[in-house]
Design a protein around this ligand. Structure first.
Ligand SMILES: [Fe+2]
Ligand SMILES: [Fe+2]
Length: 182
């Protein structure tokens, strides 16, 4: 009997990317507020879990490869930028001004980030593969942490606030767009 090929870490992370792209695409075609809110919760859950397993397991496994140190630093900053929008979205709703724009900008940020991870030969994933890491072993660790996080989130009344790794929480002054003078 042929043995089923075990997924490798990159296949697992890429599958997450495709899933979230599909959810953003669905959001674009959704007009109903309740449906929008449910989709955004799903997007934020997927992204939170994905960012956590990359930051806890996948990125550290790559640390030390000088060649990609800058790329890795940028990845942490891109994750943290996305987390700001994720927490904004989790604390608001479709009837609030800028909601759709925040979803759109989040999708664009993720698209850029995913490109940096998946780019042929130069991307984070290609470099991980070239470094000869144990991809099947990594996939098992990523998947077990993913299942643990999903189970944890299921028991909460709301998603926990995202944890930043590079942003240090400097103060922002909250204001409003300036209206045109009458
Ligand atoms: Fe990432
Ligand atoms: Fe990723």
């Amino acid at each position: 009997m042929p043995t089923k090929q075990k997924p490798d870490a990159i296949a697992l992370l890429k599958a997450d990317h495709r899933k979230v792209e599909g959810l953003f695409e669905k959001f674009e075609h959704t007009r109903d507020d309740l449906h929008k809110k449910a989709l955004v919760l799903e997007i934020c859950t997927e992204l939170s879990v994905h960012a956590t397993i990359e930051e806890e397991i996948f990125y550290p496994a790559r640390k030390g490869e000088i060649k990609e140190e800058e790329l890795l630093d940028e990845a942490y900053v891109e994750h943290d930028g996305a987390k700001v929008l994720i927490s904004e979205l989790l604390e608001s709703g479709p009837s609030v001004e800028f909601y759709d724009a925040k979803v759109k900008v989040l999708s664009e940020m993720i698209k850029h980030h995913v490109k940096e991870e998946e780019t042929r030969s130069e991307g984070l994933f290609a470099q991980a593969k070239a470094a000869g890491l144990d991809m099947v072993g990594l996939a098992e660790r990523l998947d077990s942490r993913k299942q643990e996080l999903l189970a944890d989130f299921k028991h909460r009344s709301k998603l926990p606030p995202p944890e930043t790794r590079s942003f240090t929480g400097h103060e922002l002054v909250q204001s409003r767009p300036v209206e045109e003078a009458a």
